[in-house]
Unconditional design. Structure first.
Length: 323
């Protein structure tokens, strides 16, 4: 028998969990008709939710032994949730999907077929449309993918979702990268392995609201660039060389103009503008270096990626009924 682990990160998803559970159970009933030798487990990762998410998961656990969960001591972010799910998954193949049903469960049989019968190590999904998203957000998302693929040697597919299935070997490779500043889309590309891409159109959330604001996405994109490219440091260095050269040329020009033509050196407004411009470039370059330095500083602390508050494994050991 094969075991398929389905990881579902959750943060304040009390409304979406019952709908997701109904859909995934229905999908797995059809799944078993094609793959009768494969069992599955549902691993919910409660990322420090402040609503009734954990209570909802516990209710599912009481009625369905295939449901497992891990609850964090606070909100550590989706990247930590994915890592915790991978650490707790015991399956021969592992799936990561969102609870809001923007990742269609109906694709699971095709994804599983790719890794069990077609020789792929992973089957991943990407959106071909961003229907329903604000236009400005879609524009900046496309700009980010173009930028990071120019700066980084690790390929990151435009529109890639976290929704993917992986072989145990690939899961172990991802888990071996224990960096605190995690950008999973980049990690998938860095570890390699053969991946089949499945395309689908964007799907609206079934319930609740997105937890990703524009500001959070911007910071997340910066983390991704810093994690998988050092070219911004080279760009900062080249800017420094360029403006040093320009300053040297302008000094020569002013000296020659004074000696040959006798023109006075005046124009303090333009000088102020130049000083402010150069100062802005310097602060930008310092910011780039500071971003890399801060990431290195965090990594040297070797703090845990997440802290577990409770889990279904712990509950099973302490439950007097189960004993």
């Amino acid at each position: 028998m094969q075991l398929l682990s389905i990881i579902v990160p959750c943060y304040n998803e009390e409304q979406a969990i019952p709908v997701f559970y109904h859909e995934i159970k229905k999908t797995m009933e059809e799944f078993h008709k094609e793959f009768p030798d494969t069992e599955y487990e549902l691993i919910f990762i409660d990322d420090g939710s402040k609503d009734g998410t954990l209570s909802c998961i516990k209710e599912l656990r009481q009625s369905d032994p295939l449901v497992r969960y891990v609850s964090f001591s606070r909100n550590f972010g989706k990247e930590a949730g994915i890592f915790a799910g991978l650490e707790n998954a015991g399956g021969d193949h592992v799936v990561i999907m969102d609870v809001d049903l923007q990742d269609p469960p109906a694709l699971l049989p095709e994804m599983y077929r790719a890794v069990t019968k077609e020789g792929y190590d992973s089957a991943a999904t990407r959106r071909v449309t961003r229907k329903g998203e604000p236009p400005i957000r879609s524009f900046f998302a496309r700009c980010f993918y173009r930028l990071i693929n120019r700066l980084s040697e690790t390929e990151i597919v435009d529109g890639a979702r976290d929704y993917r299935i992986m072989s145990r070997k690939m899961v172990d490779a991802v888990l071996s990268m224990r960096e605190s500043n995690r950008f999973t889309k980049g990690i998938y590309g860095w570890v390699g392995f053969r991946t089949k891409w499945l395309e689908y159109e964007n799907v609206e959330r079934v319930a609740g609201e997105t937890k990703w604001s524009f500001w959070k996405l911007l910071l997340y994109s910066i983390d991704g660039i810093v994690a998988f490219s050092t070219k911004p440091l080279a760009i900062a260095a080249m800017l420094g060389l360029f403006f040093t050269f320009m300053a040297f040329v302008m000094i020569i020009f002013i000296i020659v103009r004074k000696l040959v033509f006798g023109d006075p050196t005046s124009g303090w407004p333009s000088m102020v503008c130049i000083v402010l411009f150069i100062g802005g470039i310097q602060l930008f370059c310092m910011g780039v270096m500071g971003e890399y330095l801060s990431k290195a500083y965090i990594e040297t602390k070797k703090r845990p990626i997440y802290i577990e508050r409770e889990s279904s494994n712990e509950a099973d050991h302490t439950d007097p009924v189960s004993e």
